[in-house]
Design a protein. Structure first.
Length: 307
């Protein structure tokens, strides 16, 4: 039923960026200015299984890499497959960022993103509908191009970022069905810090504000503790700023471990607290990352504020 509501022409939500609880794991997914912002080169994979047990629930798989380049440049690339019901999006993107020194302690990065996306809606495979219904006679597909931009200010302990991952509002017309599917405007603003609690423990609180056109405004709060740069763990909460729905959208817990010097394995569990809780009580994310040293040095070494 929820899937069909998404497809009717009178109340169609725009296409959204994939949601990640572990955006602190793959920071470039939310901001192209993060390209080259780490102290190492990185490559990895991330998978999110949302609302497990609910048919046609969102599912996202990601491959990514993030590199430092000469002349204070950074580059990140990613391949994303996002599925929701009959919709499948395959997206390839490339980010280029420049990191400039503002002072002895602060740097500012600006990034641009180029995106190619293939969209397909397998409407003829949707069950439980009238076979003569004109809205389900086609499997619309299209290739779209988009651009994004972002800024990142940081020092050795603190960061502030803002980004619009997709600027253009592309639309797909669905033949005789007389409705379209459009990409919604997204605005992300986030901040965090890295505090030393002792020689072995660190505390990394962070927050992210999400504005998505045609969707509730959300705020993520994360509190991650680190032990000896080997083990990370901590809770998260996602809130909604909409009086018509539950204020708390989800709560969860993240854990990550470094192993074999260059590898990092992360896992996050989310418990949805809104109406979807009647159908599913679990969302899972798992990520694996490999890091290697780079000879490219920054004016300011970026902190370990992203895991």
């Amino acid at each position: 039923m929820a899937l069909l509501l998404l497809l009717i022409p009178a109340a169609l939500y725009g296409q959204q960026e994939p949601m990640y609880g572990q955006y602190i794991f793959n920071s470039s997914v939310i901001n192209p200015a993060q390209a080259g912002g780490n102290n190492t080169n990185q490559a990895g994979a991330l998978a999110r299984l949302q609302w497990v047990g609910f048919d046609d629930a969102p599912r996202t798989e990601t491959l990514f890499a993030n590199f430092r380049l000469p002349r204070n440049l950074g580059m990140a690339v990613g391949v994303y497959q996002d599925r929701l019901g009959p919709e499948t999006n395959i997206q390839v993107q490339a980010d280029l960022a420049y990191h400039a020194q503002l002072s002895d302690t602060w740097s500012l990065a600006g990034g641009l993103r180029g995106i190619g996306m293939h969209f397909k809606a397998s409407l003829t495979d949707v069950g439980g509908v009238d076979p003569n219904n004109p809205y389900f006679q086609d499997d619309p597909s299209d290739f779209m191009f988009n651009v994004g931009a972002g800024l990142l200010a940081y020092n050795q302990r603190t960061y502030f970022g803002v980004s619009i991952p997709k600027i253009l509002k592309n639309e797909i017309e669905v033949g005789e069905a007389a409705f379209d599917i459009h990409e919604s405007l997204h605005l992300f603003a986030y901040a965090g810090t890295n505090l030393a609690l002792s020689d072995e423990m660190s505390f990394m609180p962070s927050t992210m504000f999400r504005f998505i056109e045609d969707a509730p405004i959300q705020l993520d709060l994360n509190t991650v503790f680190g032990f000896r740069d080997v083990l990370d763990f901590g809770p998260m909460v996602r809130t909604n700023f909409d009086g018509d729905i539950d204020w708390i959208d989800a709560v969860g817990f993240l854990v990550g471990i470094s192993f074999l010097e260059n590898w990092y394995l992360g896992y996050m569990y989310e418990y949805p607290t809104g109406d979807i809780n009647r159908i599913s009580k679990q969302t899972h994310e798992i990520s694996l990352r490999f890091s290697w040293d780079t000879v490219r040095e920054r004016f300011i070494r970026s902190p370990r504020y992203f895991l």
